[in-house]
Unconditional design. Structure first.
Length: 71
């Protein structure tokens, strides 16, 4: 009785250890979280030296230049 239970448990654990079917989904989830965090950090600040601040000032300059050209 114990031998059969030991064999079934050992077989199940070996199969479970070698099963990699959900690993890809977990990896994609981790990559998504990392990218969302990175984008949040990059676009969160509106200071002068930040990416968002630089883009804002560039578009403001373009808006001013277009406003000066058009009547």
């Amino acid at each position: 009785m114990f031998t059969q239970m030991y064999i079934k448990t050992s077989t199940f654990l070996a199969t479970y250890k070698n099963d990699e079917s959900g690993v890809t989904a977990i990896e994609y989830g981790l990559i998504g979280v990392a990218m969302a965090t990175l984008l949040g950090v990059v676009f969160s600040s509106t200071a002068t030296g930040s990416l968002l601040g630089t883009l804002t000032s560039a578009f403001d300059g373009i808006t001013t230049a277009i406003g000066d050209v058009t009547p």
